[in-house]
Every structure is written in structure tokens, then in C-alpha cells.
Design a binder for this molecule. Structure first.
Ligand SMILES: N[C@@H](CCC(=O)N[C@@H](CS)C(=O)NCC(=O)O)C(=O)O
Length: 334
């Protein structure tokens, strides 16, 4: 045990000799339900989602909210992209940030930081103040701060309140559930979290172990996409596998390649199938493209992680953040 006290920006625990970043478990794990007698029943305008456009976990929830047509049912606020000693903060009323709803907290005008929300529920809260946070306006409490579970609630529990066309959006179809779960296992550990484990490592060994595993799993995703019978991970319908992989791949070239040293290859010149897949989602599916805010993404990582980038200089490239559908980098152009 170390007697050094960890602060919010210590990504590897002080005294941990492995140099490995270990992500904490989320603390609030309640579920919204269709059942009107449940503790958190699905209702219009009862729940509010706090996100950061920068954060890949929160990004999942924004994508699913739109895919399922929940825009009028669940409101949201994005925090400012800059995270400092007190964690995420809300934008102030004089700040103009790109992206819908990057505003002060509309529900608690005196809250300056996301942590205020957590402390209002539990003044002794000792966990991390993470996005996404799903808030219940009736009970004034946090329903969940675990994106993997929030998206699953959105898949089904509001189905009685939405149009048939959105009810028919099935992101976790029974016939694919075991394959999706199996894919989640390695995309979560090696890819979604793998970029963080590479970038936050404080020893050469921890970095190399994680970055090599990350690229092996990207190779696997590339091979799977080559075999897919349609434009999406499992054929011609979007599923959870697309949502979960997208939020890392869209950040890969603009941020992870240089900031987290994930540079064995990049997506645009090294992974033709992933590149085609991610561009199709970004340019052709509004739930993906319209929830992607590169200014938040680039600003957040490069200016918040001072151990990695002490001067907070944001690299200009790559230009552009994402290529158009038919464009290719020189190395790939035929
Ligand atoms: N398991 C959580 C992870 C969420 C998470 O780690 N979010 C990051 C932003 S990308 C965060 O808010 N970090 C703040 C902190 O750890 O202090 C989920 O998937 O919802």
C-alpha cells in the first residue's frame, strides 16, 4: 500500500510499480424500466444525461439516444471539454462551444462542476466524477454512471413512448447477442480501454504490452469487417458492436495516434476496412456524425492530461480530422 494520496489527475495510482492504468468500476448502477411501478420508470422528460462530447463512453449514450429517437424524451448537457483538478466543469454562459447543449447546467444553475451533482446525492461520495451520468429529475438522484448499462436501457425501456420506426431499431438482436458479447469483451479491454492503458502507462513495459495488444485487436476488427456481409460490423444493420467500436476509432487518428502513442499504424493509411466503416458511419448516419465534435475531442485530451503533454499544445494535424468518403491519403491512393 502506498501512503501517497492520489489526486484526480493521477491516472496510475501513486506507488503502483506496474505503471498500469486501472479503470475503476462505476458506482451508480440502477436501471430504468418499462414497468410503471419500478423505482425508475421510463417517462418522458424525467431523465437528463450529462455527457462530454470528448468522452468515448459518454459518446455511446449520445449515439444511442439519437438512433432510438429519444431526443424529445431525454435531455442532455455536455460539460466543457477541459478537465482539471476538480474534474469536469460546466461551460459558463459567456462561453461559446461547438456542439448542441454545451451550456451551464440547466437543472442546477449554481453547479459549476459535475462533482456538485455527485455530492448533492452523497456528500461523502469517494468515487470518480465521470460522464456519462444519467440523472433523475423527479428523485433528484443519479440513476447510473455506467455507459454500457445506460445504452441497454435506451435500447428497450422507452419503447412504449417512441414511434414504431424507432422501436424497430434493435441494437442488441437476440440472434447476435452472444457474438456481440464476445466482441465487446475484446473491444472493451483491448481497444476502448486499450488506448488509455497504452497512453497512461508509466513504464515502457506496460505501454508496449498494451499497445501491441491494442493493434492485434484492431487487426481482428479489420478482418471481421472484411468478412461482413454489409457496411456494419454484423452485416446490414447497426448493432451495439458498431456503437462501441466507433467511439474509439473516430478518435484514433486525431488523438490516440500521437497523444496516447498508439502509432504502430493509423486508421486512414493502415486499416482500409475500418476506415471505410468509420467514414460511412460518420458521413451517412446522423446519430454518429452529429454527435462527433472534434474540437471537444482534441482539446480535451491534449489540454487536460498534463503529465502526457505538459504545455497543453494541441497538434494541428491530422488534417482533416476525418477524410471524405471517396478521399484517400497519398500512401493509399491507387
Ligand atoms: N465505465 C464508465 C467509464 C466512464 C469514464 O471513465 N469517463 C471518463 C471520461 S472519458 C471520466 O469522466 N473521467 C473522469 C475521472 O475519471 O475523473 C462508463 O463506461 O460509463
Amino acid at each position: 500500500m502506498s501512503d501517497q494520496k492520489a489526486t484526480i489527475t493521477d491516472w496510475v495510482k501513486p506507488g503502483d510499480k506496474s505503471g498500469e492504468f486501472k479503470r475503476q468500476q462505476s458506482v451508480f448502477r440502477n436501471f430504468i424500466s418499462k414497468d410503471p411501478n419500478s423505482e425508475f420508470p421510463a417517462e418522458k422528460d424525467r431523465y437528463h444525461l450529462y455527457v462530454s462530447y470528448a468522452c468515448p463512453w459518454a459518446h455511446r449514450t449520445l449515439i444511442v439516444r439519437k438512433l432510438k429517437g429519444l431526443e424529445d424524451i431525454i435531455g442532455f448537457t455536455s460539460v466543457h471539454w477541459h478537465m482539471a483538478e476538480k474534474g469536469w466543469r460546466f461551460a459558463t454562459s459567456d462561453e461559446k462551444l461547438p456542439g448542441e447543449n454545451s451550456t451551464p447546467d440547466p437543472l442546477h444553475p449554481d453547479f459549476t462542476h459535475l462533482r456538485d451533482l455527485y455530492f448533492s446525492v452523497n456528500p461523502d461520495y469517494e468515487g470518480r466524477f465521470t460522464v456519462p451520468t444519467l440523472w433523475d429529475k423527479k428523485k433528484n438522484t443519479i440513476v447510473s454512471n455506467e455507459s454500457a448499462e445506460i445504452i441497454r436501457m435506451f435500447y428497450t425501456e422507452f419503447d412504449d413512448l417512441i414511434d414504431t420506426k424507432y422501436k424497430d431499431v434493435v441494437l442488441f438482436p437476440e440472434s447476435l447477442q452472444s457474438q456481440i458479447e464476445e466482441t465487446n469483451e475484446w473491444t472493451y479491454n483491448d481497444v476502448n480501454n486499450g488506448v488509455y492503458k497504452s497512453g497512461f502507462a508509466t513504464t515502457q513495459q506496460a505501454y508496449e504490452n498494451n499497445v501491441v495488444t491494442l493493434f492485434k485487436s484492431l487487426d481482428r476488427a479489420e478482418a471481421d469487417l472484411a468478412k461482413s456481409a454489409g457496411p456494419y460490423y454484423f452485416g446490414d444493420k447497426i448493432t451495439e458492436a458498431d456503437v462501441r467500436l466507433y467511439t474509439t476509432i473516430i478518435r484514433f487518428d486525431p488523438v490516440y495516434v500521437q497523444h496516447f502513442k498508439c502509432n504502430i499504424r493509423d486508421i486512414r493509411s493502415g486499416y482500409p476496412n475500418l476506415h471505410k466503416w468509420v467514414r460511412n458511419l460518420y458521413w451517412n448516419v446522423p446519430a454518429f456524425g452529429e454527435t462527433t465534435e472534434f474540437e471537444h475531442i482534441k482539446g480535451h485530451y491534449t489540454k487536460s492530461h498534463k503529465q502526457i503533454n505538459p504545455f497543453g499544445i494541441t497538434p494541428v494535424g491530422p488534417v482533416p480530422d476525418i477524410l471524405k468518403l471517396e478521399e484517400e491519403v497519398n500512401a493509399v491512393r491507387k
